[in-house]
Design a protein around this ligand. Structure first.
Ligand code: NDP
Ligand code: 13P
Length: 336
């Protein structure tokens, strides 16, 4: 039996730990607060993050990361992206040698513009063929309720991807594999920005045409960005790209959609951050992704507009009329 460690006991870390335990793995979950670890072990609940969900017996929580990591065959990391480096600084020496290290996160590090797999390689000193990333249409609460779902596991090494996919599989959760780490990661990061945009127009009160327009143009924008950074185009049309856009962009379960909705209702960025109970990664990704887009000369009109709303330079209700780049002469804008 595989022994696995999941670091981070928020909504996704806890859900993914349940996925692994339900797939037969002996699963240890690190919760930074001892009282949360206690609740998980004693009542099989994580009431703050997963209301109404009963956690399996094969999952044990602990607030000591070192004992969670001891003897693990695979390690899964799931804290907010801005916190990953500090976590690795603390625990990387306790990660067993040679085992796969897997990112479940969907952000970039704002200060370095690095993807999570890059932070794992740099701060954790882990070889790229041991690193994997998981992404896809994976709203935590739906999976915790055991609704059938698919994800993608990507690694430079197909052996690593397959080993992780075999562990992250059970009666309600399926993992597909690929070797496009860049595309799989950027799919998860970039759909958060489109979800913010769609949340904004939903908050304004616009209907389905506006949202479908942004989602479809969002896919084109996200694809151009990811391909310019080395992703495979096909990845963006798979689970980690289109799949995650569809799941996230119109679901009240999405924190990014919900944060966008608050912006659309007129709350400021600071108000939104204060009101969010959980991490909305898109808020911290806007600036680094805008900088990366500029570096590769990729035009991202939807991102630009989300950024303008966050900076208070554009009214939320002004987003929709500028779905194309806004600068081309009439007749020179193309769809795909
Ligand atoms: N929720 C979802 O549906 C999905 C989320 N993801 C991704 O998973 C990642 C984690 O998100 P999610 O679990 O949803 O987030 P949550 O907001 O639900 O939970 C965050 C977790 O990180 C912990 N944490 C916060 N700050 C720190 C810190 N400084 N050091 C260590 N731990 C910290 C929190 O601990 P505490 O409770 O003590 O504050 C909590 O356990 C994100 O990148 C997200 O994009 C990916 C797919 C689906
Ligand atoms: O990544 C997710 C679904 O795939 C979760 O989205 P949010 O972080 O917006 O809740």
């Amino acid at each position: 039996m595989n022994r696995v460690a999941v670091l981070g006991a928020g909504s996704w870390g806890t859900t993914f730990a349940k996925v692994l335990a339900d797939g037969g793995a002996d699963t240890r979950l690190w919760a930074r607060r001892a009282e949360l670890a206690h609740e998980i072990n004693e009542s099989r609940r994580n009431t703050q993050y997963l209301q109404g969900v009963t956690l399996p017996e094969g999952l044990r929580a602990d607030s000591d990361a070192r004992s969670v990591l001891e003897g693990a065959d695979q390690v899964f990391l799931c804290v907010p992206s801005q916190q990953l480096r500090a976590l690795l600084d603390d625990v990387s020496e306790s990660i067993p040698a040679g085992v796969p290290v897997v990112s479940l996160m969907k952000g970039v590090e704002a200060s370095t513009m690095m993807r999570m797999s890059e932070v794992i390689a740099e701060a954790g000193g882990i070889d790229s063929d041991r690193i994997a990333v998981v992404s896809g249409p994976n709203l935590a609460l739906e999976i915790a309720r055991e609704e059938p779902t698919a994800a993608v596991v990507a690694s430079d090494s197909s052996e690593t991807a397959m080993a992780v996919a075999r562990t992250a599989r059970n009666s309600y959760f399926t993992s597909f594999v690929n070797t496009d780490v860049v595309g799989t990661e950027y799919g998860g990061v970039l759909k958060n920005l489109v979800a913010l945009a769609i949340g904004i127009v939903d908050g304004v009160g616009y209907g389905e045409n506006t949202k479908a327009s942004i989602l479809t143009r969002g896919l084109a924008e996200v694809t151009e960005f990811a391909v310019a950074h080395g992703a495979e185009r096909t990845t963006m049309h798979g689970l980690a790209g289109l799949g995650d856009l569809i799941a996230t962009c119109n679901s009240p379960l999405s924190r990014n959609f919900s944060a966008g909705r608050l912006l659309g209702m007129g709350y400021s960025r600071d108000d939104v951050v204060e009101r969010m109970q959980q991490v909305a990664e898109g808020l911290a990704s806007v600036e680094p992704i805008a900088s990366l887009a500029e570096l590769r000369d990729v035009r991202m009109p939807i991102l630009d507009q989300v950024r303008a709303v966050l900076l208070g330079r554009m009214l939320p209700r002004e987003i929709a009329p500028h779905l194309t780049t806004g600068n081309e002469p009439e007749g020179e804008t193309h769809d795909f």
